[in-house]
Structure formats: structure tokens, C-alpha cells
Design a protein around this ligand. Structure first.
Ligand SMILES: [Fe+2]
Length: 334
């Protein structure tokens, strides 16, 4: 832009208007360029070695454009810190807690995650990454089961608020979910792509714009530098964090305030960290695979089976006597 150079898509230089007409300079320099594909509001690139694999068959990309929605927010920390928060189902019981939850709260999440702060956590490897089962006591011989997912290599899928205005339309359970895709910008900053998926109809874009009022990438009102506008009176009476009701703000408080790259040699992993330890093992395995010239887990090349076939996002009540592994095959898909 500065000197008016014009580049081709592959990075070759087409024009250098400030250089002498007879110069061969442009043939000797090249802009770094990566192949890109635009789909359903996101642009994906391939920065790895060799030929790009097939485009991922995530439901987000395979559904009609009106059934998905995405925005992005900046996070001032290494991407792995943000990602680790998405494989930790126990923090819902505290970090995102609203005090004095009404008994008729619209979502099971807000009631049962607050009632049982010590879920049993199970992890299960899958072709796309792994599933996390969080089992909470729901009384009456029932458990409130949440199945959330780590999606290789930096994505996640979990039940969250509906992508339509609940005052206008009530959606059935397990008809929609969210994804958080944590994409490094540099070592100490990352973009969190917030994605909504609705399986049975269109997303209400006006409603999503109301609950995510910032333009994609725009600086956020609550941030690390103003202590997220923490209000200690609110913290005593309304929310566990004292920084409002937006889950993304709570998550940024927890992950950014750890510092730009947390020193893992100083950490203490407990029973709630099953997802975090498996996440790290899986990423280290993937790094070994790439170094050895193999495709890591979930990289797609036909005719291999679709790794996202087994991707399910569920919140459901299940009898305590029942083995929860794959319970949805009989109960949800029947
Ligand atoms: Fe969170």
C-alpha cells in the first residue's frame, strides 16, 4: 500500500510503480501468501506443510448460512489459556454464577450448575478430539448431564443460550449450540471466534447483535486495563464475579488476569482438570505427528471417515442408574 505495489493472490509482485521500468526487482521478491476459503462468515486459511487437507466438514460450515452466526473478540493472553477454559465444565458453577437464581430460570445450566458445584467429570476420546461429560445431581434419581467437546486443534462446542430471542421463540433442548475457536494472533494475544449453530432453523441476527453489541474485533468496554469495571456491590448481591452477566467477560477476567502466558510449572491440577490434561496430551501428540510428517487427528482427506460424525452437544436429564457413555444414541436420536 505504501509504495503502491500490487500483489497476485499467490504473493507474486505484479507491479512496483516506484521502481525503474527495466528493473527485475519484482521477480526476486514475494509476499507471503496462504490459500483461503470463505464459508458461512468465516475465512479459513491453511498454513501447514504440503498440500492443504480437505475443508473441514464441521456442521457450522455444512449447514445453510442462515443457521449459523459468528463474531470475534480479542483476548489478551496466549490462545491455550482461553481454550483450556472451554474444556473445564466445573467453572460454570462459580465463575458464571448468578446469585439468587429464580426457580423458573429458563435454562437448566443456571440452576443445576449452581446447585451441584462438584460434577463428576468424564472424558472420552473421539475422532474430532474428545467429549467431556459433566454429571450433576438433579434429584429424583436423575443426573443433569452436559456433553461438551474439545474440537481439534483449538475449537470447542457446548450448550449455551439460544441464538433467537427467548421472549419471541422457545427452542427445544439440544437444537442449538455454541463454539469457541481460539485462534492465535501472536504468542500473547488471540482471537476468540464466538460461533452459534442452530440445527432446526434460522438464527435471529438482530437478537445476536443485541447480545453481542460490539462489532467483530472492536475493543471491549470491560477489559484487563479497567479491571473489567468490577463492582463489589454487584458481587455481593447479583453475580459471583461482580462484572456483569456476559459470560465472555467472566472468561476473559479468568484467563487474561493469569498473565499473557501462564507459567504451567507453577500450577496445581485437580480433579476438575481432567479435560485440561487430556487437551495437553492430545496437542502434544498432534505436534509429534506433524513433526514426523503425519496428519494430526481430525485433519480430513477423502476417503477417510468424517471425524465430526460423532460430534454431539447435549444437556439432558439421565437416570442415575444409566451408563452415560453414548446414551444419546438411544434417547435423543431415537
Ligand atoms: Fe466460561
Amino acid at each position: 500500500m505504501y509504495h503502491g505495489w500490487l500483489f497476485a493472490r499467490d504473493g507474486t509482485v505484479l507491479e512496483q510503480p516506484g521502481e525503474p521500468a527495466e528493473s527485475t526487482f519484482r521477480a526476486r521478491v514475494r509476499q507471503k501468501a496462504y490459500p483461503c476459503v470463505e464459508k458461512n462468515g468465516l475465512i479459513l486459511t491453511y498454513m501447514g506443510p504440503g498440500a492443504p487437507p480437505d475443508f473441514p466438514t464441521l456442521p457450522f460450515f455444512d449447514l445453510p448460512a442462515e443457521q449459523v452466526w459468528a463474531t470475534r473478540i480479542i483476548q489478551e493472553c496466549n490462545y491455550l489459556q482461553g481454550l483450556e477454559g472451554d474444556v473445564d465444565p466445573q467453572h460454570l458453577s462459580f465463575l458464571h454464577r448468578f446469585l439468587n437464581v429464580a426457580p423458573d430460570a429458563v435454562r437448566d445450566t443456571t440452576t443445576f450448575t449452581a446447585k451441584d458445584p462438584a460434577p463428576e467429570i468424564l472424558v472420552e476420546e473421539a475422532g474430532f478430539g474428545f467429549r467431556i461429560y459433566a454429571l450433576r445431581d438433579a434429584g429424583d434419581d436423575q443426573r443433569y448431564v452436559r456433553v461438551t467437546n474439545f474440537v481439534m486443534p483449538n475449537n470447542s462446542a457446548f450448550a449455551a443460550g439460544p441464538p433467537v430471542d427467548p421472549k419471541v421463540e422457545k427452542l427445544g433442548r439440544n437444537t442449538h449450540y455454541r463454539m469457541h475457536w481460539h485462534v492465535p494472533a501472536d504468542d500473547v494475544t488471540h482471537w476468540k471466534y464466538e460461533m452459534a449453530v442452530r440445527l432446526d432453523g434460522p438464527v435471529d441476527r438482530d437478537y445476536m447483535a443485541r447480545i453481542f453489541p460490539h462489532a467483530p474485533g472492536e475493543p471491549l468496554e470491560r477489559n484487563l486495563h479497567n479491571r473489567y469495571l468490577l463492582d463489589s456491590n454487584e458481587q455481593r448481591t447479583k453475580t459471583f464475579t461482580g462484572i456483569g452477566t456476559v459470560f465472555n467477560d467472566h472468561d476473559r477476567l479468568a484467563t487474561e488476569s493469569m498473565g499473557p502466558i501462564f507459567d504451567r510449572s507453577q500450577e496445581h491440577l485437580g480433579a476438575t482438570d481432567r479435560g485440561v490434561t487430556l487437551l495437553r496430551r492430545m496437542l502434544l501428540r498432534a505436534i509429534d505427528d506433524v513433526e514426523a510428517g503425519r496428519d494430526p487427528l481430525a485433519v480430513q482427506r477423502a476417503p477417510q471417515p468424517d471425524p465430526y460424525d460423532g460430534l454431539v452437544v447435549i444437556e439432558q436429564f439421565v437416570p442415575k442408574s444409566r451408563d452415560v457413555h453414548g446414551f444419546w444414541n438411544a434417547e435423543v436420536r431415537a
